[in-house]
Design a protein around this ligand. Structure first.
Ligand SMILES: Cc1cc2nc3c(=O)[nH]c(=O)nc-3n(C[C@H](O)[C@H](O)[C@H](O)COP(=O)(O)O)c2cc1C
Length: 361
């Protein structure tokens, strides 16, 4: 089935964003069961774990779902760079009473091996961020019956995905929580807002667009569909869902974030990501340009973030969240999806009535 047909056939065109660290199978199942498209975030799984994870989800639902990989570059950092980065993190580990880890041998899963496992497991949809597949990789997925969705933050990136044969584009606006998916230009040149991005991608690329970034309820869903999106992808709106695996201190930070601004940082992972500011982000601000690039810094802070979550300490974990985090509410994910879709219908009806009145005058 083509991606356009799959999205068209969804009872509710809401995609649950993959969220490493906050979402896994329960959230994906709940959203797919409600009529949306759940996504299994598998970027941190080893190649051997991917097949069983996808088979496990397929065994629990006949509804389609997506899986998501992050295209981490292969890296071999100098030992001295890793030592310097660990030394900078030492006081943070000490502050939590957690041991400073030894320099790791492996910084991220092997992407090619992960991709081979996804192709073998043949989920309905596979989405990617941080890069672009080769035409041969995209063709292998499509041959397996998997629709390919590439994340783009600019028109140039969407065109790069179209050129390798992607079936659709996830348009990630500046508002989005978590990592920026940019891969062609510097982050500063890749910060287009969702509204401008969706509209320009629709004009520039002849592929279905999934709008992501700042969509928190039915009003945002209706707005994105009105701009020409085939579906929306929502992340932050699910962070307080019963089925999300968001840690306790992270949930608390989201629930009390209010309308304070979120911001981008590369201090936690070496790649820009949006979150609620905490002490780590504030005190690392002066040196964040010097930390090793993703995935090295990501790997070096992983035990710190795990220890912080374990200690119920919000100041040393990555509190990823989008710009509209103040609108996140708790509840069952299936109820959220159904409520947002009903609200989108009400908004569309109100607009139809209003524009109809306008034309009578
Ligand atoms: C906690 C969190 C984790 C995320 N992890 C991923 C991921 O693993 N893969 C990915 O492609 N996008 C990831 N994203 C980005 C989402 O796909 C999406 O772009 C974003 O959530 C949309 O903006 P919103 O958070 O305002 O809804 C993540 C977002 C958040 C908030």
């Amino acid at each position: 089935m083509s991606l356009a047909a799959l999205l068209e056939a969804l009872p509710i065109p809401i995609v649950q964003a993959p969220m490493v660290g906050a979402s896994f199978d329960a959230l994906a199942l709940a959203v797919s069961a409600a009529g949306g498209l759940g996504t299994l975030a598998i970027a941190t799984l080893g190649p051997g774990e991917i097949g069983p994870a996808i088979a496990g989800l397929k065994a629990q639902t006949d509804a389609p779902f997506a899986v998501n990989l992050l295209m981490a570059p292969k890296v071999a950092p100098e030992a001295a760079e890793v030592d310097r980065a660990l030394a900078r993190l030492a006081p943070w580990y000490a502050g939590l009473g957690a041991p400073l880890p030894a320099a790791p041998n492996l910084f991220a899963q092997d992407f090619d091996a992960q991709l081979a496992a996804v192709i073998a497991a043949a989920p309905a949809v596979a989405s990617f961020s941080f890069g672009v597949l080769t035409a041969a990789q995209a063709a292998a997925l499509r041959t397996a019956g998997t629709c390919v969705v590439g994340t783009a933050t600019t028109v140039a990136e969407a065109r790069a995905w179209a050129a390798v044969g992607a079936d659709g584009i996830c348009a990630q606006g500046f508002e989005a929580g978590g990592h920026r998916g940019h891969f062609l230009a510097e982050v500063e040149a890749s910060l287009v807002g969702t509204m401008a991005l969706v509209a320009t991608l629709r004009a520039a690329v002849d592929l279905p667009v999934i709008a992501a970034g700042g969509i928190m309820d039915g009003r945002g869903v209706a707005a994105a569909l009105a701009l020409g999106a085939a579906a929306v992808q929502m992340g932050t709106a699910f962070l307080l869902a019963d089925e999300a695996v968001t840690s306790k201190p992270w949930r608390r930070a989201i629930a009390t974030a209010g309308y304070e601004p979120t911001r981008l940082t590369r201090a936690f992972t070496g790649r820009h990501a949006r979150g609620i500011e905490n002490r780590f982000m504030r005190e690392m601000k002066g040196v964040e340009d010097e930390v090793p690039a993703y995935p090295v810094q990501n790997r070096l802070t992983q035990p710190l973030r795990a220890a912080s979550a374990q200690a119920d300490e919000p100041e040393t974990i990555s509190l990823w969240a989008g710009q509209a985090v103040g609108l996140a509410r708790p509840g069952a994910a299936g109820d959220m999806v159904r409520r947002w879709w009903a609200q989108a219908g009400e908004v569309a009806a109100e607009l139809a009535a209003r524009t109809g009145r306008g034309s009578d005058r």
